[in-house]
Design a binder for this molecule. Structure first.
Ligand SMILES: *[C@@H]1O[C@H](CO)[C@@H](O)[C@H](O)[C@H]1NC(C)=O
Ligand SMILES: *[C@@H]1O[C@H](CO)[C@@H](O)[C@H](O)[C@H]1NC(C)=O
Ligand SMILES: *[C@@H]1O[C@H](CO)[C@@H](O)[C@H](O)[C@H]1NC(C)=O
Ligand SMILES: *[C@@H]1O[C@H](CO)[C@@H](O)[C@H](O)[C@H]1NC(C)=O
Ligand SMILES: *[C@@H]1O[C@H](CO)[C@@H](O)[C@H](O)[C@H]1NC(C)=O
Ligand SMILES: *[C@@H]1O[C@H](CO)[C@@H](O)[C@H](O)[C@H]1NC(C)=O
Ligand SMILES: *[C@@H]1O[C@H](CO)[C@@H](O)[C@H](O)[C@H]1NC(C)=O
Length: 546
């Protein structure tokens, strides 16, 4: 939503973080929904909405949790107002175990919120010291109220949690008036688990030593994200790296609103820049990598009933995207500021983008040295017919970093494929992303490698009488190497099918996680607001994985 909107005809602006055109048909006014949708069977209490996810378990031998309420706030007319903030200090229980980030075996951020009345779904973010920890869409409330919670593994931010005093900021972009009455109330809680025996974390694969926020700093009358409004708009920030950096990973937070909320639904050649989007990351103008986003459908998307009570994949807890920057460190270790820039190919108004730069620092030296060995990044390949859009990209960079660990060469490769067929009422789209990182020394010894393969299928059938959305998030990760300490193998298959016809609707979802650190299976179906079947298990069907 453009900030200038507030100065225009006020009523036109009372749309969500999701202004409607050109997809008015893909959004229903919550006023109409409230008038037409049936009430839940028990209207005396708020209805619980949830996103299917696996429970977070601390590693064996952990103590905890030690839970701390970080912030409790209400969010009424927050649009163009400053974020809610709270002073953050590392919890005393962390100090009691020595205060070091490496004492944390699992950190969980819990977001718990309620709302009642009539309101759009809204976008929100949680930042600590300017680094984003969580981005989500709010639940679209019912008259009797909704309640929902998200638990996110934030262990990778351990250094930030331990670093000392800072500011926690929460921004929920909300508008309240006589028609849209829903006020959000939210609590943000940190749960920490600790290792019973102190360990020396493995280099490069443990949580980063330093996290540098790539966001807009406080004070602000808005969220800390950058707003990218078109295909040529670039958000950038200069950052000077510590001279003993030996690994760098940029983690991107991305969400799409207003005219680009349903970018994947665009008819090629007809609607705003067609259905292909990517977020690119440049270091001093050189393409470091990209994110081809999972098409999150927010809780009010298409028809809110599709996402009640089981919300769309990623909608309460948006996925983030990592870009390995290590091979490009050669140019960045001179102590000077270097420009990190984000852009969105084909964007129309508006994308909210920011990032966290995760840095690993050499404990055994004050300066590392680095050099680029090879770099291949052909132009984006894209093709369009009247109904089909395809795109592919590859970025591959190899560079060495000499630290007290030795002279280690890192190869980082990303490949992407996108295929979308739009036949008017139906959209059939698949995004495939592969990311590989391999670090070896001069003798060829593998220190760590991580290969991630993701597939995001999306099928929309929007007939006159019935709308069906089938989408999935599939991810396989294989890790290896001398420093590798986490699960060697992780497979996730999360598939959801939601269907609405008039005032009757239902959802089927299967979530299958199989990994060397455990398994989780959930198969849940709903009809209207009620859960019809719900089976879950933490047993590994195929027996212990190794
Ligand atoms: C937030 O915490 C307070 C204090 O424990 C509690 O009264 C309130 O109900 C909580 N709100 C939510 C949304 O969970
Ligand atoms: C951090 O904040 C706490 C609580 O406000 C305060 O007691 C402490 O002195 C602060 N520490 C530093 C180093 O500023
Ligand atoms: C793109 O957006 C930027 C930032 O709002 C603006 O300065 C620029 O004029 C826009 N370009 C086009 C082509 O609309
Ligand atoms: C590190 O190894 C690469 C080859 O793998 C070599 O080109 C580079 O000069 C070495 N760096 C140092 C500082 O020895
Ligand atoms: C880097 O990895 C990619 C993908 O595995 C491979 O094709 C490429 O040859 C590797 N490059 C170097 C320089 O090792
Ligand atoms: C979607 O397209 C793929 C090929 O890209 C095809 O295999 C699949 O059957 C299609 N799905 C539907 C529901 O038509
Ligand atoms: C999930 O549960 C439904 C209803 O009980 C059943 O029909 C379906 O076969 C199950 N699917 C899987 C993958 O277990």
């Amino acid at each position: 939503m453009a900030a200038s909107c507030i100065h225009l005809v006020f009523l036109l602006c009372l749309v969500p973080a999701t202004v409607a055109s050109p997809h008015r048909n893909l959004r229903k006014s919550p006023l109409d929904v409230a008038a037409a949708a049936p009430s839940p069977a028990d209207a005396s209490r708020p209805t619980t909405f949830f996103e299917v996810d696996r429970p977070l378990r601390p590693p064996p031998g952990s103590s905890g949790p030690c839970s701390t309420l970080l912030l409790s706030s209400s969010f009424a007319f927050t649009f163009t107002k400053p974020p809610a903030t709270a002073a953050y200090s590392p919890p005393p229980c962390l100090a009691a175990v020595g205060g070091r980030a490496s004492a944390i075996s699992l950190a969980v951020l819990e977001w718990r919120a309620t709302c009642r009345g009539v309101q759009f779904d809204r976008i929100f973010g949680v930042w600590l010291g300017g680094a984003e920890l969580l981005r989500g869409s709010t639940a679209e409330p019912l008259q009797n109220g909704v309640v929902w919670s998200v638990s996110k593994d934030i262990t990778r931010y351990a250094s930030l949690l331990a670093a000392g005093n800072s500011t926690l900021a929460v921004f929920v972009e909300n508008l309240v008036n006589s028609q849209y009455t829903g006020v959000y109330y939210a609590n943000v809680t940190l749960h920490l688990y600790f290792r019973r025996t102190p360990t020396t974390p493995p280099p490069a694969v443990a949580p980063a030593d330093l996290i540098v926020p790539m966001s807009r700093g406080l004070p602000l009358n808005d969220g800390l994200w950058y707003k990218i409004q078109n295909a040529t708009d670039v958000a950038s920030k200069g950052v000077a790296l510590p001279s003993n950096t030996y690994r760098a990973v940029l983690e991107l937070y991305v969400s799409f609103h207003g005219d680009d909320e349903f970018w994947w639904k665009n008819q090629p050649g007809a609607d705003a820049n067609g259905p292909f989007r990517e977020v690119t990351v440049r270091v001093d103008g050189v393409l470091a990598g990209a994110a081809w986003p999972f098409p999150v459908i927010f809780t009010g998307g298409i028809d809110p009933l599709l996402w009640q009570p089981i919300t769309g994949i990623g909608s309460f807890n948006l996925p983030t995207y990592d870009v390995e920057v290590t091979p490009l460190l050669g140019k960045m270790l001179d102590g000077k500021a270097h420009l990190l820039a984000f852009a969105v190919t084909n964007a129309v108004d508006v994308w909210y983008v920011d990032a966290n730069l995760h840095l690993w620092l050499d404990p055994g030296s004050t300066a590392t040295a680095a050099g680029l060995v090879s770099y291949v990044a052909p132009e984006l390949a894209a093709a369009t017919t009247s109904s089909r859009t395809t795109a592919s990209r590859e970025v591959s960079a190899t560079g060495w970093v000499k630290s007290s660990y030795g002279n280690i060469t890192t190869n980082a490769t990303q490949t992407f494929d996108f295929d979308s067929t739009n036949a008017g009422e139906t959209v059939n789209q698949t995004t495939v992303a592969h990311a590989g990182v391999a670090a070896t020394d001069v003798a060829g010894v593998l220190y760590y490698s991580v290969q991630t393969h993701q597939r995001f299928p999306l099928f929309l059938d929007s007939g006159a009488d019935q709308v069906t959305v089938t989408h999935g998030l599939e991810e396989t990760t294989v890790a290896a190497g001398r420093w590798s300490s986490g699960p060697r193998y992780q497979l996730l298959r999360n598939t959801q099918r939601s269907s609405v016809a008039g005032a009757s609707w239902g959802i089927r979802q299967t979530y299958r996680y199989e990994a060397t650190d455990g398994c989780y299976l959930r198969n849940v179906t709903s009809s209207g607001y009620s859960i019809v079947t719900d089976q879950s298990s933490e047993a590994c069907v195929k027996g212990p994985l190794r």
